[in-house]
Structure formats: C-alpha cells, structure tokens
Design a protein around this ligand. Structure first.
Ligand SMILES: NC(=O)C1=CN([C@@H]2O[C@H](COP(=O)(O)OP(=O)(O)OC[C@H]3O[C@@H](n4cnc5c(N)ncnc54)[C@H](OP(=O)(O)O)[C@@H]3O)[C@@H](O)[C@H]2O)C=CC1
Ligand SMILES: CC(=O)N[C@@H](CCC(=O)OP(=O)(O)O)C(=O)O
Length: 314
C-alpha cells in the first residue's frame, strides 16, 4: 500500500521540486488539493490529517499555521521553513549530523528541514567541534555563494523577468550580519556564538557553496589542513550523500576555479579542504534545491517511513 503524502505549498519552488521527486514513485500517493483552495486552512487541514507525511513548503507564518492544524497523531510533518529549526520539540532533518539522528527522524512526527546555507556550513564545521579540534568559542567566519532559486518565486521573477542591470553581478545581502539561518548554524554546530556570515546571490538558477575560513593556530591541537580533511573523510565515510575530496584537490577545480554548481540535480554534499599550514578554507557544496531543500526533505521522509533513504534520489 502506498504512503499518503500531501505537499502544502505545492505551487512554490520547494513544493514543485518535491512533487517532481515523488510523482513517479509507486510507493507514494500524492494527495491533491483543489488549486482554488490551496490557501484555505480548512481544506489544508483535511488533507494534512489524511496524510502519512505532509511537507510544508510555505513561508514561516503559513508553516506555523499548518503545523497547528494537525490532529492526527500519525501524521508526520516535514517543514521546509525556518520556523522550527531550533525548536526543542522538532528533530533537525540532517541525518548525517549524528549517529542517533536517523533513529530520531524515524520516531518523530515533527521534522524541521535545515536551511540551505546552514546545511552546508553545519556539515563542514560540526565534526571539527565534535572532535574537540575547533573550540566551541571559535570566532567562525564564512560566506555562501548561492543561485537565485534560493529566494523562492519572488527572487526567481526578479532575476528571470525584471532583471535590472545590478543583477548581472553577484550581490551580497544580509549585511546586518543577522541572517535567519544563524540560530541553526550556531545550535547545530555547537558554537557558543553565531558565525560572521554573509551570503552572496548571483545570476544562476541553483547551486550553493559555503566557505568557512579557519586559522590553524586557533585550533586546540596542532593540525594541518590535510589532517582536517582526513577527519571529515572518516566522519562521513559511510554516508551515501556526502563525498569528502582529497586535500587541495586541483583535479576538481577548473584551472584553479571552483564550480558552485557541481552538485546540481543531486542530493549530494561535496566537502573540500584547501589551504596551507596556517590557514584553511573548508568548502561545502550542495544544490540548494536538492540537499539544501527538497532532496533533504525527501531523504527525511524515506528515513521516517523506514524506506531506503536514497529512494528516488541521486
Ligand atoms: N528555495 C529554496 O532554496 C529553499 C526554500 N526553503 C523554505 O521553504 C519554504 C518555501 O520556499 P520556496 O518554495 O522557496 O518559496 P516560494 O515563494 O517559491 O513558494 C511558497 C509557496 O507558498 C505559497 N503560500 C504562501 N502562503 C500560503 C498559505 N497561507 N497557504 C498556502 N500556500 C501559501 C505561495 O503561494 P503563491 O504561489 O500564491 O505565492 C507559494 O506557492 C520557505 O519557508 C523557504 O524559506 C528552504 C530551503 C531552501
Ligand atoms: C538566495 C536566497 O535568498 N536564499 C535564502 C535561503 C534559502 C533557504 O535555505 O531557505 P530558508 O528560507 O528555508 O531558510 C536566504 O538567504 O534567505
């Protein structure tokens, strides 16, 4: 028998991509909402409570509203918004973060899907803190380069239809240094203070890479960038969606240039370490709509339902 799945927000960027992942699966039955009623709380409530799994692909306020409509104790909510990512009652949807995470995702009916920048930052940094090599009070500094689909329908329209000349070049944003992913970037790595972080959006549809800079003299042990690469490779050695590349891997650069779009159309996260004995850059690359949003949400659904977690994903 197929699992009943409802996508609340199916006309949005994340929702459409989840539908794309699921529509050809035989083990999933997609519950359809009347397009004229897709924002009607009563209709959404009916479908949410008929489902085994509901994905919320909505702005934060609408996600909170949908989460409050659940009356069926067997319905699992997987929320793509920022609303619950550091909430103690919700399980963070990053299975690779800890050995016990998959078990928690299996048991919980409330799963908070990570943010795209946060996914890349956390994957690169949390193993270093966990290993005691990066102290929790490390003054972390990072930036992200992202495609414009990360900003949803509004930003896609701005780039693809309005496109003023300033959109030709990459654009820094969140310059108040209070980006909405900072709480999860702090809590989910174990840092005691938020990293300094600015994202940069540029004129390409999707693909994202977060670079974190590390001074080796501020670490707790004398380690080289190659040691850090080794630690990350060991940490993720059994992970189906994470690849850690050799230290200073020029083979995966194009004449020295990094390809931010190298994970597009996959649910993969690729981790690289570059640098010299004094300083290093840890770079994690994802598809912001794959491991950064919809792919990760489907991976969590698979785990929750006890299926092979790679079902329908590459
Ligand atoms: N894009 C990305 O890379 C990522 C997005 N996310 C998060 O996922 C969520 C969805 O983002 P995204 O898909 O990009 O956003 P979009 O703006 O592309 O889509 C949001 C959808 O929600 C619909 N909507 C808004 N309010 C309601 C409501 N009250 N009831 C029902 N539907 C409603 C919108 O309707 P309408 O079509 O009429 O505008 C739209 O279709 C957000 O919380 C975002 O932060 C998370 C990770 C990455
Ligand atoms: C380019 C762009 O605007 N990207 C979004 C992040 C997309 C994402 O991860 O989504 P959440 O909104 O769910 O956190 C931003 O930086 O706010």
């Amino acid at each position: 028998m197929a699992f009943k799945v409802f996508v609340d927000g199916r006309e949005g960027t994340t929702g459409l991509q989840i539908i794309d992942y699921l529509s050809s699966r035989k083990d999933v039955e997609l519950l359809e909402i009347d397009p004229d009623l897709r924002k009607d709380p009563r209709e959404r409530q009916k479908l949410i409570n008929q489902s085994d799994v509901t994905f919320l692909c909505l702005p934060d306020a609408a996600s909170r509203e949908s989460a409050s409509l659940v009356t069926n104790a067997d319905t699992c909510i997987i929320d793509a918004s920022t609303a619950f990512r550091t909430h103690p009652d919700w399980v963070y949807g990053l299975p690779e973060i800890a050995p016990e995470q998959r078990d928690l995702l299996k048991k919980s009916k409330k799963i908070a899907n990570p943010g795209c920048h946060a996914t890349a930052f956390v994957l690169g940094v949390h193993p270093l803190i966990k290993a005691g090599i990066m102290p929790p009070d490390y003054p972390a500094c990072c930036y992200s380069i992202t495609g414009y689909s990360g900003g949803g329908k509004k930003l896609i329209t701005a780039y693809e239809q309005l496109h003023t000349p300033s959109l030709d070049s990459p654009r820094h944003y969140a310059l108040g240094l209070v980006h909405k992913h900072l709480p999860e970037m702090t809590v989910r790595t174990g840092l005691t203070a938020a990293p300094v972080f600015t994202p940069v959006v540029a004129d390409f549809y999707k693909g994202l890479a977060v670079t974190t800079f590390v001074h080796t003299r501020l670490l707790t042990k004398k380690v080289t960038p190659a040691d850090i690469r080794q630690l990350l490779a060991r940490y993720y050695q059994d992970e189906p969606f994470i690849r850690v590349f050799p230290f200073d891997d020029a083979n995966n650069l194009d004449n020295g240039f990094f390809d931010v779009q190298g994970c597009n159309n996959t649910n993969r996260a690729d981790i690289f370490v570059f640098g010299n004995p004094e300083q290093m850059a840890v770079i994690t690359r994802i598809d912001n709509l794959g491991k950064g949003a919809s792919g990760a949400a489907v991976q969590c659904m698979n785990i929750h339902l006890g299926l092979d977690e790679a079902t329908g994903l590459v």
